[in-house]
Design a protein around this ligand. Sequence first.
Ligand code: 5GP
Ligand code: ZN
Length: 114
Amino acid sequence: MSDCLFCKIIARQIPSAIVLEDDEAIAFRDIDPKAPLHVLIVPRRHIATLNDLTPAEDALVGGLFRRAAAIAGEHGYAERGYRTVFNCNREAGQSVFHIHLHVLAGRGLNWPPG
Ligand code: 5GP
Ligand code: ZN
């Protein structure tokens, strides 16, 4: 998707602070962090929203959560705690329409979220 911000980051057309990269996904720091650790885990393949997922993506999405746990652990937050969030469409606050899993940690995270 030539007009997708995260496809451009994946293609290295836009720089980012990458924390993990493999065949299926890339993880980089959010440009406007909402917690001391705020990483976005993004599948390389363009999928616009959670509504576009099919059973064929079950393993892909499960893998995003396993990467989230690994990243949180590498940064020392496995026991303290961390939050994973997918925003879907506008009322949930999705602003980039290429699915991404937020990983937030390093402060008390309120519940319910805003
Ligand atoms: P959403 O609002 O779609 O759930 O999350 C999109 C996230 O992407 C936001 O937290 C926003 O700060 C982040 N973001 C937007 N533009 C850029 C960018 O150019 N680079 C990086 N690293 N993050 C971005
Ligand atoms: Zn994309």
